[in-house]
Design a protein around this ligand. Sequence first.
Ligand code: AMP
Ligand code: FE
Ligand code: FE
Ligand code: ZN
Length: 277
Amino acid sequence: MRIDLHSHSTISDGTDAPAALMAQASAAGLDVVALTDHDTFDGIDQAAAAASELGLGFVAGMEMSTEVHGHSIHLLMYGGDRGDRALSAELELIRTGRERRLPIMLERLAALNMPLGLADVEAFAEDAASVGRPHVADAMVAAGYVADRDEAFRLYIGDDGPAYADRYACPLEKALRLVTRAGGVPVIAHPWARKSRHDLPPAYVRRLAADHGLAGLEVDNPSMTDADRAELRALADELGLLATGGSDHHGAGKKGTYDLGSGLTSPEQYERLLARL
Ligand code: AMP
Ligand code: FE
Ligand code: FE
Ligand code: ZN
């Protein structure tokens, strides 16, 4: 069984529409795939219908923008009530924050002699309920300012880049409360990737599991080192947390090793997840 529990469509910052993504997952030989767009469930119905036609196992998911001490932590949610009022309201707040930061980033790019209009960005986010920096990157590529998304992040819009602008994210403990109250299973995405180890030391992960309903850690994601995977797997074992895996596939937008199936969840861990859904 090949089970990939982390992927993005055009409903957030992936480059394949939900149905096309499911077709790709099936062609890639996956048995089960989860759609986990950033801060929205809008792609779930389309993806679920396509997966069902393809005979592909499907898990409804979402990747929520959260923070600890102002540093970004991504929280995956599996299953649960997608119509939950409190969760929906928080996701709406996060998406509004995504839109509000755009003009600021565009001002900074203009100051760097890379003028772009909001419409230029929106042209690449037509299907997206959740606009992100990758759409800004797409507009930069189209204008000839950079060669690809990766260069845009590396030189200008990455977290330390000159055109970066912060946005609202939900405090992690509040996000855990919202997800668990909605009946979802919360799993921290790519823990310790992107410098987040400092914000999620083992002692804090223990507390999140004991007191805040954390259910799992995404141990196998291409952005994680082998050493971190080994340590996190041991921590998950110790705490009885799920140890999941997923590719974090964004289609053509994210270069390197993020192909569908490049991060996998074991059948045993998948069974444990199903038991909680
Ligand atoms: P945002 O959600 O707007 O803060 O943008 C962050 C998103 O940008 C993440 O979800 C990643 O998928 C994407 N991203 C980060 N770094 C890169 C990169 N080097 N190339 C392409 N996409 C990236
Ligand atoms: Fe993304
Ligand atoms: Fe993520
Ligand atoms: Zn992701």
